[in-house]
Design a protein around this ligand. Structure first.
Ligand SMILES: *Cc1c(COP(=O)(O)O)cnc(C)c1O
Length: 638
């Protein structure tokens, strides 16, 4: 196995091997920042007097600060050791040095990416980071094209998903406002219900046409029309006012697979749609069941119930599974053709960066055969198809702070067509300043008008942009990192299966389904046990042995993992039956026992993203150690 050793330079390393690299960068750029301060107006005399740092108050302040910082540093030693290959719990690992260095470098400049006025440098980096990610997933990323994609950073995947919902809702309701305001534009449907069924692309076209039409009117007339349309918009009326005015319309449904992240529930609550509007589609082997979704969409169509969005997950949080995105888009196209428009958003908070492995440096998609080189099974055909289909979706969430190996506070939202985001522009029509005179960057530099946040760190944007420059989002750079993680996953699965054989005398253990990406689960049932509650108690106890316990020295924890649960809704009946049988649990185990939590099976969950899981021969002593630890634990506890 040939592991690209360039990656050895990318991280601080489990042992802090690259400490000098990070230290020299930190010192160099901190000094550089100081020179920048001094050179602003060198003729200004220093304000803080020489010798001030020897006066009692200064010294008292310094010692107080040092005491607290030492306290903080000591306390942080109880942190979870994400950097260690012994940590295979949640979706986090070591940090890429270029990102960490860029973020630390930018921090003392304190740019605020709410607008270019407070972040003249890092705003453009954020817009470019959006384009870098857009190119990775196959969106148009040429800013001179009017159909170019647009992306911005968010605090994380949760807010990017909320932004997806917010944009879809704005686009869905806008044609209704045009209709209600009787705007004489071709393409405006005759009825509110028809207007509420338009697909996002049709809404974007209407929005663009409306702005052109309005801006060609004399100023006074244009203002009047703007006022009329604005008064009819959902954003003006609120859901209550909007639906009171249009009694024939109903709150639109959001379809997501049952494996969807809980941020979708949060988002529906936050937007006032309500949890009732979020319809979780039962899964088939932890992936969206297209037949079930198709039935649900048919039912909505028959009942005239509008649909806001269908969510596909690219890398589920709990299982790393990838939904059949390509089939989802075919279904979307069929629905659009029958006048049932809705947005497709892909939640790739976890799996988004996997797409880098599927791109050549020139942006071309790689064939499945090319991607598959060096893997035992990756990529499954539906995974390849999902990546290839991404250019057809409306919007996407990708988290640089997950498989982008960057510090927290970095999620990203992208929409396929930059013209869509304009409907979110805060105050656009009141201010009534045509803002589309300039180029792509000029148009979007007032980021605060579109994003859910206001003030936000430009340092995050610097980290994302610089990292993508150092490690471009293609197969031979960023993709290498993803490949490493996927290879580690395949090694882990093989070792897990051998482990299951070894412990078979004491527990039934198995990998419940083959992973699409780099999360691997393990299910257990002690031999002879027929009760779900006891199987769950067994894994919960194992979980405690795999947790970083803040009340004890960290070194007492040998390995660090996480758990999740399996439910019938996500697995589907066939997979549930298969799994329960393999575990020697009764077929009704998920329904038979009373008590909270007894409708789900607790399982171990492993995230294989640490870049140092494999040694130079492609083997993994650390994984061997982990399975030996599990084996010892099982012997002691059964
Ligand atoms: C992590 C995750 C989220 C939420 O992202 P945060 O950055 O934690 O807010 C949403 N969806 C999926 C699929 C995720 O894995």
């Amino acid at each position: 196995m040939d592991i690209d050793r360039e990656l050895n330079a990318c991280f601080i390393g489990p042992y802090g091997e690259n400490d000098q690299l990070l230290e020299s960068l930190t010192v160099e750029f901190l000094r550089d920042h100081v020179y920048w301060r001094r050179n602003l107006h060198p003729e200004d005399v220093p304000v803080i007097p020489t010798g001030a740092n020897r006066l009692p108050k200064f010294l008292a302040f310094e010692s107080r600060m040092r005491r607290e910082l030492h306290g903080l540093s000591a306390a942080l030693k109880r942190s979870v050791p994400f950097h260690s290959p012994r940590y295979i719990g949640h979706m986090v690992s070591d940090l890429l040095i270029p990102g960490l260095a860029a973020q630390m470098l930018a921090l003392p400049y304190n740019p605020n990416n709410v607008s270019a006025e407070s972040a003249p440098v890092t705003i453009d980096m954020e817009l470019k980071a959006g384009l870098q990610l857009a190119a990775m997933i196959g969106f148009v990323a040429d800013p001179t094209r009017e159909d170019c994609a647009f992306g911005h950073l968010t605090s994380g995947g949760t807010l990017a998903n909320v932004q997806g919902l917010r944009l879809a809702l704005a686009l869905k309701a806008f044609p209704v406002a045009l209709q209600a305001a009787s705007v004489p534009l071709p393409g405006v449907p005759d009825t509110a219900s028809a207007a509420f069924q338009l697909a996002p692309a049709a809404s974007v076209a209407l929005w663009t046409a409306w702005k052109q039409w309005r801006d060609a009117l004399p100023a006074k007339e244009a203002r009047e029309w703007s006022g009329r349309v604005e008064a009819q918009r959902l954003e003006q009326l609120g859901l209550a006012g909007f639906f009171a005015r249009h009694s024939g319309l109903r709150a639109p449904a959001v379809f997501a697979p049952s494996t969807a992240h809980y941020s979708w529930s949060k988002g529906c609550k936050l937007l006032g749609l309500g949890r009732d509007q979020l319809r979780l589609i039962p899964g088939k082997a932890m992936r969206l069941d297209l037949d079930a979704l198709s039935d649900a969409l048919d039912a909505c169509h028959a009942a005239g119930e509008p649909v806001l969005m269908a969510v596909g997950v690219l890398g589920s949080t709990e299982f790393g599974t990838i939904d059949p995105i390509s089939g989802l888009l075919d279904l979307r196209d069929r629905c659009t053709a029958r006048g049932q428009g809705f947005a497709v958003h892909v939640d790739a908070a976890w799996g988004g960066y996997l797409a880098s492995l599927f791109r050549e440096a020139d942006g071309a998609l790689r064939s499945r055969a090319a991607v598959a080189e060096g893997f035992a099974a990756f990529p499954a055909p539906h995974v390849q198809a999902a990546i290839e289909a991404l250019h057809r979706i409306d919007s996407i969430t990708i988290d640089p702070h997950k498989l982008g190996y960057l510090p927290y506070g970095a999620g990203a939202f992208l929409c396929r067509d930059q013209r869509a985001i304009d409907v979110l522009a805060e105050g656009a029509d009141y201010v009534f300043q045509p803002d589309d005179g300039g180029d792509f960057f000029a148009r979007h530099r007032s980021l605060g008008r579109y994003i859910p946040e206001g003030s936000k760190a430009g340092a995050n944007a610097a980290a994302v942009y610089v990292t993508h420059r150092v490690l471009p989002l293609d197969a031979s750079h960023f993709g290498e990192l993803q490949a490493l993680s996927l290879r580690a996953t395949e090694v882990f699965v093989a070792k897990a299966e051998a482990f299951c054989q070894r412990v078979a005398g004491r527990v039934q253990a198995l990998v419940p389904f083959h992973p699409d990406s780099n999360l691997v689960c393990l299910a257990f049932n002690p031999r002879g046990n027929a009760r779900l509650a006891d199987a769950n108690r067994f894994v919960r106890a194992l979980q405690r042995a795999l947790s970083a316990d803040p009340t004890r020295p960290l070194q007492l924890g040998e390995y660090f993992g996480s758990v999740t649960t399996l439910k019938r809704e996500a697995m589907g009946d066939a997979d549930t039956a298969r799994l329960l049988e393999a575990l020697d649990l009764p077929p009704d185990a998920l329904e038979a026992e009373p008590g909270e939590g007894n409708d789900r099976l607790v399982i171990l969950r492993h995230t294989l993203m640490n870049p140092f899981l494999l040694d130079e021969h492609g083997d993994s002593p650390v994984m061997d150690g982990y399975f030996a630890f599990l084996e010892r634990w099982i012997v002691d506890h059964s």
